[in-house]
Design a protein. Structure first.
Length: 670
């Protein structure tokens, strides 16, 4: 089929699609958009994906919300807040007229309980780490399991090693096999941290002292977990001072903390509904859910749509223009495009990549940079992908320019780093990623696989999507030609794909990450040992220490480390600037600069040495939106008048309006 021919399906097929979607409800929604895939859950404490997030942002509301025109946090359930001089305490004052859909007031207790629930290890929230900066949160979420591992399997495995000095290979293998760096992260025992980070092995004295150190650390974590379970969300860390006052105490200042309070992991959930008999697994379904956002969940018909309707109990209901909205779970981009062209859809976030030339000049087309990276996870748990040389060889054999020019063709940027450009103040580190097939072959030979000989077939998993398929097939061809590697691309539907990635039963796995806030940390803290979204099996002690140091620069300045850093002189200069700065804005600026330098060092480990992930490209966000839709901002206007692209590609339903239902699509493709 020719490129132009793909624009319009045969008439009967179009009618069938239209009837299928129109038959579900007597009246169409005021606004309809393609949501890509079926959400896995609408529980804010369990979800992790963009399709789920769009719905959660409509039916729930956090302490703050994103201003649709700037995406900066503005009052939501909290009508105002105060921040302590040291940036470690936030006090939120909740509005009196915030209500759940059953009429109950939204209280500070609702937030405290939801934040506690997110951290409970038995809950299994993958985004729990986002709020680990709150006092006691990480202890509640992780310390109990870490204590059990340190006192049990880790000590037992250590006892099986020789009692004398351990060489570098033996010790590093032990640290990686038992995630030791992650299990002692944050300990006050600096000798234990340094041992876990050692690249040279352990002396006899260090080896003999280790069992006692592990026992003490296990006991410390056990006590911390117990205290956190007794107090977090009740009277410490995050807690309700009264019905309308929520107190949050941070371990250290977090520059982007207010942005987190408008992100769905921090949303309140109705405890009395969640804990009702028989509700634990499906309390968020339409016949059970109680929510507090600008919209209510009217219907969820799997394979058809999710419909939300303007809430009559929402405190700001008079500001909400849309009466209703439909989210369609359509993964086939051609089907989605035709629904847009026939007027059944108002917003199409994606379309087939081979139609770029046919669509880019339409007046309803938009395109701008995004704070999104497309990459492959590498399963580092088993040979041969546990060898950094093999991972580097794969990275060097991929021709990213060919992918963006020949497949995507919308100005995407080849990714030689993980953190996308556009974050104020952040400079990307040196990287090992480039297109260099000759060096890739040398590395593969050094790893024991000359010409790809002896290397097992590598599977490339991607979630079902036309462009993912094209990219996986092109990468498979590039790796085969450059390295002699046998590569097999294969796809899975969204929920199966997520389950496979979590189980670790893959070789290379396609992924994408949208920045949750405008800071490099949103791309980097994923990869700490045992991070909920790591899913590669990769662990690196120095990386973990850098992420921890960046989370508390003042503590790092008291006990700095430089071993393993790519640019130690840059960090020393940052420390000198911090030490010479007085209190106030000068010191805050120095701390912010040092923090970004530490994150730059962490990214260098990812893309300059270890490569547990293979960045492919940085997104250009493109789609089609009906000219009848107002409040859809592809460009943001900051308070100082600066204009920035909508890097996070967020378009809250609360800010949208549709002028005229009668004529919605942009007309035939030009």
């Amino acid at each position: 089929m020719t490129r132009a021919g793909l624009l319009v399906l045969p008439l009967l097929a179009l009618l069938a699609i239209g009837l299928t979607f129109r038959a579900s409800f007597q009246e169409p929604a005021a606004f309809t958009f393609v949501n890509g895939t079926e959400p896995t859950s609408l529980d804010p404490g369990l979800m992790t994906g963009e399709p789920e997030g769009r719905i959660a942002d409509a039916i729930f509301e956090g302490l703050t919300v994103r201003d649709p025109a700037t995406l900066r946090p503005v009052p939501g359930v909290a009508e105002r807040w105060t921040i302590s001089e040291d940036g470690r305490r936030y006090v939120f004052h909740l509005r009196e007229d915030a209500r759940w859909t059953d009429g109950r007031p939204v209280t500070a207790h609702d937030f405290a309980w939801a934040w506690r629930r997110l951290q409970l290890p038995e809950h299994g929230g993958e985004y729990a780490y986002l709020l680990h900066g709150v006092r006691h949160a990480e202890a509640l979420n992780q310390h109990e399991a870490q204590a059990m591992a340190l006192a049990g399997p880790v000590r037992e495995a250590l006892a099986a090693l020789p009692p004398d000095a351990l060489d570098a290979a033996t010790w590093r293998g032990f640290v990686l096999d038992h995630d030791l760096a992650g299990r002692v992260r944050g300990t006050p025992d600096r000798a234990l941290v340094e041992a876990a980070a050692s690249e040279t092995g352990l002396t006899q004295a260090e080896r003999r002292a280790l069992p006692a150190r592990l026992a003490r650390e296990a006991e410390r974590r056990k006590k911390a977990a117990k205290a956190a379970r007794e107090h977090y969300g009740i009277d410490e860390g995050v807690y309700a001072r009264d019905e309308r006052t929520l107190v949050v105490d941070l371990v250290a200042p977090i520059p982007y903390f207010l942005e987190l309070t408008s992100f769905y992991p921090s949303f309140p959930v109705p405890r009395w509904v969640v804990e009702a008999p028989g509700n634990a697994a499906d309390w968020f379904l339409p016949d059970k859910i109680v929510s507090n956002g600008p919209f209510t969940l009217e219907a969820w018909r799997v394979g058809d749509r999710i419909r939300v309707r303007r809430s009559e109990s929402y405190w700001g209901r008079d500001r909400i223009a849309l009466e209703s909205a439909d989210a369609l779970p359509i993964e086939n981009q051609t089907t989605a495009l035709n629904l847009y062209l026939t007027g059944d859809v108002d917003w199409l976030p994606n379309y087939p990549s081979d139609l770029v030339d046919a669509l880019r000049n339409r007046p309803d087309h938009y395109s701008h940079p995004g704070l999104i990276v497309y990459y492959y996870r590498v399963n580092t748990r088993q040979p041969p992908l546990d060898d950094p040389r093999v991972r580097q060889a794969l990275a060097l054999a991929i021709d990213r320019r060919s992918i963006v020019d020949d497949v995507l063709r919308l100005g995407q940027i080849p990714a030689h780093h993980l953190v996308p450009p556009g974050i104020p103040g952040y400079a990307a580190p040196p990287t090992a990623i480039r297109h260099d097939p000759a060096r890739a072959r040398e590395l593969l030979a050094e790893a024991g696989f000359p010409g790809g000989e002896g290397l097992p077939e590598i599977g490339v998993l991607y979630n079902t999507h036309e462009s993912h398929k094209k990219i996986a097939e092109l990468i498979a061809d590039q790796l085969g030609r450059a390295l002699g590697v046998r590569v097999k691309p294969y796809n899975q539907e969204w929920q199966s794909y997520l389950a496979t990635m979590r189980s670790g039963e893959y070789d290379l796995g396609r992924a994408g990450w949208i920045g949750d806030y405008l800071d490099p940390n949103t791309f980097l803290d994923i990869w700490v040992t045992n991070g909920g979204n790591n899913q590669t099996g990769w662990s690196h002690a120095t990386y973990d220490r850098l992420i921890e140091a960046a989370s508390d620069v003042e503590s790092y300045s008291q006990r700095p480390f430089f071993e393993g850093l790519a640019e130690p002189d840059r960090i020393r200069a940052g420390l000198l600037r911090l030490s010479s700065a007085k209190e106030g804005s000068a010191r805050r600026e120095a701390a912010a600069a040092l923090r970004l330098g530490l994150l730059r060092e962490a990214e260098h480990i990812l893309v300059g040495r270890e490569l547990p992930i293979l960045p492919i490209y940085f997104y250009v966000v493109s789609g089609l939106v009906s000219p009848r839709v107002e409040g859809f901002h592809t460009e943001l206007v900051m308070p100082d008048g600066a204009r920035l692209p909508n890097l996070q590609n967020l378009h809250p339903l609360r800010g949208l309006r549709v002028r005229d239902r009668a004529a919605r699509a942009g007309g035939p493709a030009s």
